[in-house]
Design a protein. Structure first.
Length: 148
């Protein structure tokens, strides 16, 4: 790959909204990643939705099960989400676990850096939304929780 091609690729990546790019041509490989600003994870109070009256439609297929109304703990940055410190290790938390504010509940690897995900409040882990080893984006829900 020539310097002009690399420069052109860098410019196009910089101007795009993509946060990661992996380019392979033969034995040459280039991986580009943009830094993503971290923001604090905030637990929002659970809000009950007001009942909605809708017209009944005969033979309507049931809607797909949506996550229960409640708070979530969202990804503070883009990266690979892990539920344990190493493959085969016990997960930090499992559904039904009670956790305290600041307790590590997961990890996100971003740009070869491991970032701990702390519980933002005392809560019960209702369900795991993101899968272990999945690429998560900023704001993607990781856990469904019930605040204490």
């Amino acid at each position: 790959m020539t310097l002009e091609q690399i420069t052109s690729l860098l410019k196009a990546f910089d101007e795009s909204s993509a946060s990661r790019l992996k380019y392979t041509c033969g034995e040459e490989q280039i991986t580009l990643e943009k830094a993503v600003a971290q923001s604090a994870v905030v637990c929002a109070p659970a809000v009950e939705a007001a009942p909605v009256v809708a017209a009944v439609q005969p033979a309507a297929a049931p809607a797909a099960a949506a996550p229960a109304a409640g708070a979530t703990i969202d990804a503070p940055l883009v990266g690979t989400f892990y539920v344990a410190s190493a493959p085969g290790e016990t997960p930090f938390v499992q559904p039904g676990d009670t956790v305290h504010k600041g307790q590590t509940i997961g990890l996100i690897e971003a740009m070869k850096m491991i970032n701990e995900i702390p519980a933002p409040c005392d809560c019960v882990i209702e369900s795991l939304v993101a899968q272990d080893g999945a690429l998560v984006g900023f704001g993607d829900p990781l856990f469904q929780i019930r605040e204490l």
